[in-house]
Design a protein around this ligand. Structure first.
Ligand SMILES: [Zn+2]
Length: 178
């Protein structure tokens, strides 16, 4: 799987959302160039259990031959709910008392996401610090032990979840899934 943040969408005759991207992606397994192979369906759930059908591209690696789904960053790997609903829940913006949600996502699902963040917290922190060490513009202060880069990132970026997921999955990394 690879993720893209730069894409356009259009609707086909069945009201599916078709994702188009001209970004050149690289195989997270071997670094080979990926090219278009075919498309596949992916669903997205929103609050009130509103469902959207996405048509996303499947890419093939020129080097190792592996197929990768190209996930737009509004979607989250291995989860059906939209990135904005999940990050909104984790940030306390989407809550059970929210009139917009009408029990979807339900309490159990929200609890599962909070647990997911707890389990993956240190791993996300390490990915951010590792990326920071390779970026010359990243201040040394941020990389010192005791400074939580993840919290700084999260509080200053609206799309924090989308960006972190792109960073991790496009470099061949992964997070605990449940
Ligand atoms: Zn490959």
């Amino acid at each position: 799987m690879v993720m893209v943040s730069d894409y356009t969408v259009s609707y086909d005759e069945e009201e599916n959302i078709v994702v188009e991207s001209s970004v050149i992606s690289y195989c997270p397994m071997c670094g080979g160039v990926l090219s278009y192979r075919d498309t596949c369906e992916r669903i997205m759930l929103l609050e009130r259990r509103e469902r959207r059908n996405y048509i996303i591209r499947r890419l093939k690696c020129h080097h190792c031959g592996k197929l990768h789904r190209e996930l737009p960053d509004c979607l989250v790997p291995y989860k059906h709910y939209a990135a904005e609903v999940i990050s909104g829940t984790l940030d306390g913006v989407v809550t059970l008392e929210d009139d917009d949600s009408e029990d979807y996502p339900c309490a159990a699902t929200m609890k599962k996401w909070h647990h997911w963040l707890v389990v993956n917290y240190l791993r996300m922190e390490e990915y951010l610090k590792s990326a920071g060490r390779h970026l010359s513009g990243c201040g040394e202060d941020l990389l010192k032990p005791g400074i939580t880069l993840f919290e700084k990132w999260r509080s200053s970026n609206v799309g924090w979840l989308e960006t972190i997921l792109c960073l991790i999955y496009n470099s061949g990394g992964s997070l605990a899934v449940f």
